[in-house]
Write a protein that binds this ligand. Structure first.
Ligand code: MN
Ligand code: MN
Length: 282
Protein backbone atom coordinates (compact mmCIF):
# COMPACT_ATOMS: atom_id res chain seq x y z
CA UNK A 1 0.00 0.00 0.00
CA UNK A 2 2.98 2.32 0.32
CA UNK A 3 2.85 2.66 -3.48
CA UNK A 4 -0.81 3.75 -3.34
CA UNK A 5 -0.28 7.49 -3.59
CA UNK A 6 1.70 7.29 -6.82
CA UNK A 7 -0.86 4.96 -8.32
CA UNK A 8 -3.76 7.27 -7.44
CA UNK A 9 -1.87 10.23 -8.92
CA UNK A 10 -1.45 8.28 -12.17
CA UNK A 11 -5.15 7.36 -12.20
CA UNK A 12 -6.14 10.98 -11.54
CA UNK A 13 -5.07 11.93 -15.07
CA UNK A 14 -8.53 11.06 -16.32
CA UNK A 15 -10.26 13.60 -14.08
CA UNK A 16 -11.65 16.74 -15.70
CA UNK A 17 -11.92 20.26 -14.25
CA UNK A 18 -15.70 20.55 -13.87
CA UNK A 19 -17.74 18.34 -11.52
CA UNK A 20 -21.34 18.44 -12.77
CA UNK A 21 -22.64 16.28 -9.91
CA UNK A 22 -22.00 19.12 -7.45
CA UNK A 23 -21.70 22.02 -9.91
CA UNK A 24 -18.15 22.76 -8.81
CA UNK A 25 -14.82 23.47 -10.46
CA UNK A 26 -12.63 22.54 -7.53
CA UNK A 27 -9.35 23.72 -9.06
CA UNK A 28 -10.87 27.08 -10.04
CA UNK A 29 -12.70 27.65 -6.77
CA UNK A 30 -9.89 26.61 -4.45
CA UNK A 31 -6.10 26.75 -4.44
CA UNK A 32 -5.09 23.09 -4.69
CA UNK A 33 -1.57 21.73 -4.51
CA UNK A 34 -0.01 18.27 -4.48
CA UNK A 35 2.31 18.56 -1.48
CA UNK A 36 4.25 15.46 -2.51
CA UNK A 37 4.94 12.32 -0.57
CA UNK A 38 5.67 12.32 3.16
CA UNK A 39 9.03 10.70 3.84
CA UNK A 40 8.60 8.11 6.59
CA UNK A 41 10.77 5.48 8.21
CA UNK A 42 9.64 2.09 6.85
CA UNK A 43 11.42 0.22 9.66
CA UNK A 44 10.05 2.11 12.67
CA UNK A 45 6.28 2.56 12.82
CA UNK A 46 6.43 4.87 15.84
CA UNK A 47 8.82 7.19 14.08
CA UNK A 48 6.75 7.07 10.89
CA UNK A 49 3.61 8.03 12.83
CA UNK A 50 5.40 10.98 14.42
CA UNK A 51 6.71 12.15 11.03
CA UNK A 52 3.22 12.04 9.50
CA UNK A 53 1.75 13.97 12.43
CA UNK A 54 4.46 16.62 12.10
CA UNK A 55 4.06 16.93 8.33
CA UNK A 56 0.27 17.15 8.64
CA UNK A 57 0.64 19.84 11.31
CA UNK A 58 3.08 21.84 9.17
CA UNK A 59 0.91 21.59 6.05
CA UNK A 60 -2.24 22.82 7.81
CA UNK A 61 -0.86 25.51 10.14
CA UNK A 62 -1.74 28.22 7.58
CA UNK A 63 -5.37 27.10 7.63
CA UNK A 64 -5.11 24.77 4.63
CA UNK A 65 -7.15 21.59 4.55
CA UNK A 66 -5.25 18.36 4.05
CA UNK A 67 -6.39 15.37 2.02
CA UNK A 68 -4.04 12.44 2.27
CA UNK A 69 -3.66 9.53 -0.11
CA UNK A 70 -2.29 6.34 1.43
CA UNK A 71 -0.94 4.14 2.31
CA UNK A 72 -1.70 1.91 5.23
CA UNK A 73 -4.70 2.87 7.39
CA UNK A 74 -2.34 3.41 10.33
CA UNK A 75 -1.80 6.91 8.95
CA UNK A 76 -5.31 7.95 10.03
CA UNK A 77 -4.13 8.17 13.65
CA UNK A 78 -1.44 10.84 13.19
CA UNK A 79 -3.68 12.64 10.68
CA UNK A 80 -6.49 12.72 13.27
CA UNK A 81 -4.05 13.98 15.89
CA UNK A 82 -3.14 16.89 13.63
CA UNK A 83 -6.77 17.52 12.61
CA UNK A 84 -8.14 17.60 16.14
CA UNK A 85 -5.24 19.77 17.34
CA UNK A 86 -5.98 22.25 14.57
CA UNK A 87 -9.73 22.14 15.29
CA UNK A 88 -9.03 22.66 18.99
CA UNK A 89 -11.54 19.96 19.89
CA UNK A 90 -12.33 16.31 19.22
CA UNK A 91 -13.61 15.93 15.65
CA UNK A 92 -16.55 14.11 14.13
CA UNK A 93 -15.42 11.12 12.09
CA UNK A 94 -17.02 9.31 9.19
CA UNK A 95 -15.13 6.11 8.60
CA UNK A 96 -15.81 4.33 5.30
CA UNK A 97 -14.40 0.84 5.52
CA UNK A 98 -15.36 -2.82 5.28
CA UNK A 99 -13.74 -3.16 8.70
CA UNK A 100 -14.20 -1.54 12.11
CA UNK A 101 -10.50 -0.74 12.65
CA UNK A 102 -11.22 -0.39 16.37
CA UNK A 103 -9.38 -3.53 17.41
CA UNK A 104 -6.96 -3.29 20.32
CA UNK A 105 -3.84 -5.02 19.00
CA UNK A 106 -2.67 -7.10 16.08
CA UNK A 107 -0.10 -9.73 17.07
CA UNK A 108 0.49 -7.62 20.18
CA UNK A 109 1.11 -4.41 18.22
CA UNK A 110 -0.91 -1.33 19.20
CA UNK A 111 -0.24 0.74 16.08
CA UNK A 112 -1.51 -1.09 13.01
CA UNK A 113 -4.00 -0.58 10.20
CA UNK A 114 -6.65 -2.39 12.27
CA UNK A 115 -6.41 -0.20 15.40
CA UNK A 116 -6.26 3.53 14.53
CA UNK A 117 -9.75 4.43 15.71
CA UNK A 118 -9.48 2.76 19.11
CA UNK A 119 -6.27 4.71 19.64
CA UNK A 120 -8.02 7.86 18.43
CA UNK A 121 -10.81 7.30 20.95
CA UNK A 122 -8.33 6.65 23.77
CA UNK A 123 -6.43 9.82 22.89
CA UNK A 124 -9.60 11.92 22.87
CA UNK A 125 -9.22 12.88 19.20
CA UNK A 126 -12.77 12.02 18.14
CA UNK A 127 -16.15 13.19 19.43
CA UNK A 128 -18.01 10.02 20.35
CA UNK A 129 -21.37 11.64 19.64
CA UNK A 130 -20.40 12.25 16.00
CA UNK A 131 -18.66 9.11 14.77
CA UNK A 132 -19.94 6.47 12.37
CA UNK A 133 -18.73 3.60 10.24
CA UNK A 134 -20.10 3.19 6.73
CA UNK A 135 -19.90 0.06 4.59
CA UNK A 136 -18.98 -2.38 7.35
CA UNK A 137 -19.31 -6.08 6.52
CA UNK A 138 -17.62 -9.43 6.74
CA UNK A 139 -16.75 -11.77 9.60
CA UNK A 140 -15.38 -10.53 12.93
CA UNK A 141 -13.31 -12.19 15.65
CA UNK A 142 -16.31 -12.21 18.03
CA UNK A 143 -19.20 -10.23 19.48
CA UNK A 144 -16.78 -8.35 21.74
CA UNK A 145 -15.58 -6.48 18.64
CA UNK A 146 -19.00 -4.88 18.25
CA UNK A 147 -19.41 -4.26 21.98
CA UNK A 148 -16.09 -2.43 22.16
CA UNK A 149 -16.90 -0.47 19.04
CA UNK A 150 -20.26 0.67 20.43
CA UNK A 151 -18.53 1.74 23.65
CA UNK A 152 -16.40 4.13 21.60
CA UNK A 153 -19.62 5.70 20.32
CA UNK A 154 -19.58 4.50 16.74
CA UNK A 155 -22.77 4.28 14.76
CA UNK A 156 -22.72 1.64 12.06
CA UNK A 157 -24.22 1.85 8.59
CA UNK A 158 -23.37 -1.55 7.19
CA UNK A 159 -22.91 -2.27 3.52
CA UNK A 160 -26.31 -4.00 3.55
CA UNK A 161 -27.84 -0.95 5.26
CA UNK A 162 -26.67 1.15 2.32
CA UNK A 163 -28.44 -1.26 -0.03
CA UNK A 164 -31.67 -1.27 1.99
CA UNK A 165 -31.79 2.41 3.01
CA UNK A 166 -30.54 3.84 -0.25
CA UNK A 167 -28.08 6.69 -0.64
CA UNK A 168 -30.37 9.59 0.33
CA UNK A 169 -31.44 8.05 3.63
CA UNK A 170 -27.85 7.16 4.46
CA UNK A 171 -26.78 10.72 3.74
CA UNK A 172 -29.54 12.06 5.99
CA UNK A 173 -28.46 9.76 8.82
CA UNK A 174 -24.79 10.72 8.49
CA UNK A 175 -25.51 14.45 8.30
CA UNK A 176 -27.59 14.26 11.44
CA UNK A 177 -24.84 12.34 13.17
CA UNK A 178 -22.00 14.78 12.38
CA UNK A 179 -24.02 17.99 12.58
CA UNK A 180 -21.84 21.09 12.26
CA UNK A 181 -18.87 19.66 14.14
CA UNK A 182 -15.43 19.77 12.50
CA UNK A 183 -15.50 16.63 10.35
CA UNK A 184 -12.74 14.28 9.32
CA UNK A 185 -13.46 11.59 6.72
CA UNK A 186 -11.28 8.48 6.65
CA UNK A 187 -11.95 6.19 3.73
CA UNK A 188 -10.46 2.74 3.31
CA UNK A 189 -10.87 1.84 -0.35
CA UNK A 190 -11.92 -1.67 0.72
CA UNK A 191 -15.30 -0.11 1.56
CA UNK A 192 -15.92 -0.75 -2.13
CA UNK A 193 -16.77 -4.20 -3.36
CA UNK A 194 -13.71 -6.02 -4.72
CA UNK A 195 -15.40 -5.77 -8.11
CA UNK A 196 -14.95 -2.00 -7.87
CA UNK A 197 -11.66 -1.94 -5.97
CA UNK A 198 -9.68 -5.18 -6.20
CA UNK A 199 -6.38 -3.43 -5.46
CA UNK A 200 -6.36 -3.57 -1.69
CA UNK A 201 -4.93 -5.77 1.04
CA UNK A 202 -8.05 -7.06 2.80
CA UNK A 203 -10.88 -7.29 0.23
CA UNK A 204 -14.34 -8.30 1.49
CA UNK A 205 -17.22 -9.39 -0.75
CA UNK A 206 -20.54 -7.58 -0.56
CA UNK A 207 -19.31 -4.00 -0.62
CA UNK A 208 -20.50 -0.66 -1.93
CA UNK A 209 -20.43 0.25 -5.59
CA UNK A 210 -18.32 3.22 -6.58
CA UNK A 211 -21.57 4.92 -7.67
CA UNK A 212 -23.03 4.60 -4.16
CA UNK A 213 -19.83 5.76 -2.51
CA UNK A 214 -19.32 8.86 -4.66
CA UNK A 215 -22.94 9.88 -4.24
CA UNK A 216 -22.80 9.50 -0.44
CA UNK A 217 -19.70 11.72 -0.39
CA UNK A 218 -21.50 14.34 -2.52
CA UNK A 219 -24.28 14.28 0.05
CA UNK A 220 -21.83 15.70 2.61
CA UNK A 221 -21.77 19.12 0.92
CA UNK A 222 -22.03 21.94 3.41
CA UNK A 223 -20.67 19.91 6.32
CA UNK A 224 -17.68 21.31 8.19
CA UNK A 225 -15.12 19.07 6.49
CA UNK A 226 -11.60 19.89 7.69
CA UNK A 227 -9.60 16.91 6.48
CA UNK A 228 -9.85 13.57 4.76
CA UNK A 229 -7.91 10.57 3.61
CA UNK A 230 -8.27 7.65 1.22
CA UNK A 231 -6.13 4.70 2.16
CA UNK A 232 -5.21 1.07 1.49
CA UNK A 233 -4.87 1.33 -2.28
CA UNK A 234 -2.42 -1.49 -3.08
CA UNK A 235 -1.43 -1.17 -6.74
CA UNK A 236 0.16 -4.63 -7.12
CA UNK A 237 -3.34 -6.11 -6.70
CA UNK A 238 -5.10 -3.60 -8.93
CA UNK A 239 -6.44 -4.38 -12.39
CA UNK A 240 -7.19 -1.88 -15.15
CA UNK A 241 -6.67 0.96 -12.62
CA UNK A 242 -10.11 0.17 -11.18
CA UNK A 243 -8.97 0.90 -7.64
CA UNK A 244 -6.79 3.85 -8.56
CA UNK A 245 -9.61 5.47 -10.52
CA UNK A 246 -12.06 4.95 -7.67
CA UNK A 247 -9.64 6.51 -5.18
CA UNK A 248 -8.83 9.44 -7.49
CA UNK A 249 -12.53 10.17 -7.84
CA UNK A 250 -12.97 9.99 -4.06
CA UNK A 251 -10.28 12.66 -3.68
CA UNK A 252 -11.96 14.71 -6.44
CA UNK A 253 -15.21 14.64 -4.45
CA UNK A 254 -13.31 15.70 -1.31
CA UNK A 255 -11.87 18.63 -3.26
CA UNK A 256 -15.33 19.54 -4.51
CA UNK A 257 -16.71 19.50 -0.97
CA UNK A 258 -13.90 21.72 0.27
CA UNK A 259 -14.33 24.09 -2.69
CA UNK A 260 -18.03 24.39 -1.86
CA UNK A 261 -17.19 25.07 1.77
CA UNK A 262 -19.16 24.68 4.96
CA UNK A 263 -21.68 27.34 3.85
CA UNK A 264 -22.97 25.29 0.90
CA UNK A 265 -26.63 24.38 1.00
CA UNK A 266 -27.18 20.69 1.64
CA UNK A 267 -29.25 20.14 -1.51
CA UNK A 268 -27.98 19.13 -4.93
CA UNK A 269 -26.71 21.48 -7.64
CA UNK A 270 -28.92 23.89 -9.54
CA UNK A 271 -29.34 21.54 -12.48
CA UNK A 272 -33.02 21.00 -11.83
CA UNK A 273 -33.69 24.58 -12.89
CA UNK A 274 -32.17 23.98 -16.31
CA UNK A 275 -34.72 21.29 -17.01
CA UNK A 276 -32.40 18.30 -16.71
CA UNK A 277 -32.56 15.68 -14.03
CA UNK A 278 -28.79 15.76 -13.49
CA UNK A 279 -28.24 15.69 -9.75
CA UNK A 280 -31.82 16.65 -9.06
CA UNK A 281 -32.47 13.63 -6.86
CA UNK A 282 -31.68 15.61 -3.70
MN1 MN B 1 -10.58 -2.18 5.63
MN1 MN C 1 -9.14 0.25 7.29
Amino acid sequence: ARFGSGHVRQSSRLLRPYNPATDTSPFAQAQVVDAGDMAVNPFDIGEAIEAIQQDATDLTEDGSSLMTIGGDHTIALPLLRAASARAGEPVALLHFDAHLDTWDTYFGAEYTHGTPFRRAFEEGLIDSSGVCHVGTRGPLYGTQDLEDDARFGFGVVTSNDVMRMGVDEVVGFLRERVGDRPLYVSLDIDVLDPAHAPGTGTPEPGGLTSRELLEILRGLRGTNLIGADVVEVAPPYDHAELTGLAAANVVYEYMSLLALGADAAPGGPAYGESGTVYGAQR
